[in-house]
Design a protein around this ligand. Structure first.
Ligand code: FE2
Ligand code: FE2
Length: 412
């Protein structure tokens, strides 16, 4: 597929596109240390990039956004149609917000300029991992057939940058959230719903961050931007609101369980984030294959199979694998990818109470609370952790999760 490579060596072929020759030369120099594993090629315009792809398709295309003639969004849209298996990364400045919005769906990943070689290497390695993830062929082929694969919100890089700084600031996180006023309103609605009973109303992003915590608000914000990319009218047979509602209550419960078991606050926050995204694969499947997904919904509603079993029968892979593929593609931390991948079936091996386990427990107890026939709770795993006796306490926690339906009815 990628031209004459040495037999047995699967090198990743990467095409960089930028109209500024200096930038291409800089990239060529900076990325030389990775030349052992990557076959790198460079193009100075969209047309030249398409000509090069026609000669030898690339595994990853990294494109500048602003270019004369065909811009990055137009180029990646062409790549999406003509080379659906190619991973697409866009490099853009924050000032390109309008163009970035236009390219949602065209790019899998955004990187902010100026971008360090290390950030670029990580993004490309995440694409490589995604390409070789679980049941790679089935999932990859399935994703390549999708017309709509949501992209990682462009605010992600800015929020992570803030969290990585030694003095992460409430004010700066709130400012990043407020750059999207529509989504800020949505986040405030969810916060008010989750904090129901508080005397005062959560009326601003800084207040939400103060009351809920930096990472919780950031996770809510990012997951809602992700959910927003799913057009509710297209997700036939699948209730977007139901998935959002279940995701929010699972996230809340996962965080409470982690806290109740004395886990670190960082782990409780990671469990919250992972749980928010744990079923995103359902939306991806439902959006792209509405007719087939209706079969899944019908089979699971009739109680013949769980949703995941029905998905495997119809698609050859389930929403946990597809969701993990997406998170992997976006380069999200491995512990989030693992939690999404294993939320229905914890991997055998030495049992441990980690983010994955907490998300599994919260997901199963939320399903049980909603009256699903088969919650899928791995009781033997809990027994080997000596935690079966905690089940009643966790069920009690579930009963205290605030209702969120009213808060998310306009997420999409
Ligand atoms: Fe699930
Ligand atoms: Fe779930």
């Amino acid at each position: 597929m990628t031209g004459p490579l040495p037999v047995g060596l699967e090198m990743t072929r990467i095409l960089f596109v930028d109209d500024e020759i200096n930038i291409l030369q800089g990239l060529r120099r900076l990325l030389r240390p990775f030349a052992q594993n990557w076959v790198m090629d460079f193009a100075s315009s969209g047309d030249e990039a398409l000509a090069k792809l026609a000669a030898a398709p690339a595994d990853v295309v990294v494109s500048d956004m602003r270019m004369p003639g065909m811009d990055g969004a137009q180029l990646l849209e062409r790549v999406r149609h003509e080379y659906p298996q190619t991973m697409r990364i866009i490099l853009s400045g924050y000032s390109d917000r309008e163009v970035v919005l236009r390219s949602i769906g065209a790019a899998h990943r955004y990187l902010a300029k100026p971008c360090t070689p290390e950030a670029l290497r990580q993004a490309i390695q995440a694409s490589e991992r995604a390409r070789t993830t679980l049941r790679q062929d089935t999932v990859r082929t399935m994703v390549s057939e999708m017309n709509c694969v949501p992209s990682l919100p462009s605010a992600y890089e800015a929020l992570m940058h803030e969290f990585e700084s030694p003095n992460a600031s409430l004010v700066r996180v709130a400012e990043i959230v407020e750059r999207d006023p529509g989504m800020t309103a949505q986040v405030l609605r969810v916060c008010n719903s989750l904090l129901f009973g508080l005397r005062t109303e959560v009326s601003s992003a800084p207040m939400a961050v103060t009351l809920m915590g930096l990472r919780t608000v950031a996770s809510l914000f990012l997951s809602m931007q992700i959910f927003k990319q799913f057009d509710v009218t297209s997700v036939t047979g699948l209730e977007l609101e139901a998935v959002c509602d279940h995701s929010l209550s699972t996230a809340w419960l996962a965080r409470e369980i982690a806290r109740a078991e004395g886990c670190s606050s960082r782990m409780a926050e990671d469990a919250f984030t992972a749980a928010l995204l744990h079923d995103v694969g359902k939306l991806l499947l439902g959006l792209n294959f509405p007719d087939l997904y209706r079969e899944v919904v019908t089979a699971s509603a009739a109680g013949h199979a769980t949703t995941a079993e029905a998905e495997r029968a119809v698609f050859g892979a389930d929403h946990a694998e597809v969701g993990a593929f997406l998170l992997n593609l976006w380069g999200l931390p491995q512990l989030l990818v693992d939690a999404v991948a294993q939320h229905h079936s914890l991997s055998p091996g030495r049992p441990v109470l980690n983010v994955t386990t907490v998300v599994h427990i919260a997901d199963a107890l939320d399903a049980e609370h909603r009256g699903e026939l088969r919650s899928g709770l791995d009781a033997s795993y809990l027994a080997s952790l000596g935690l079966v006796s905690r089940l009643d306490a966790w069920r009690q926690l579930r009963s205290t999760v605030p209702g969120t339906t009213a808060a998310i009815d306009t997420v999409a």
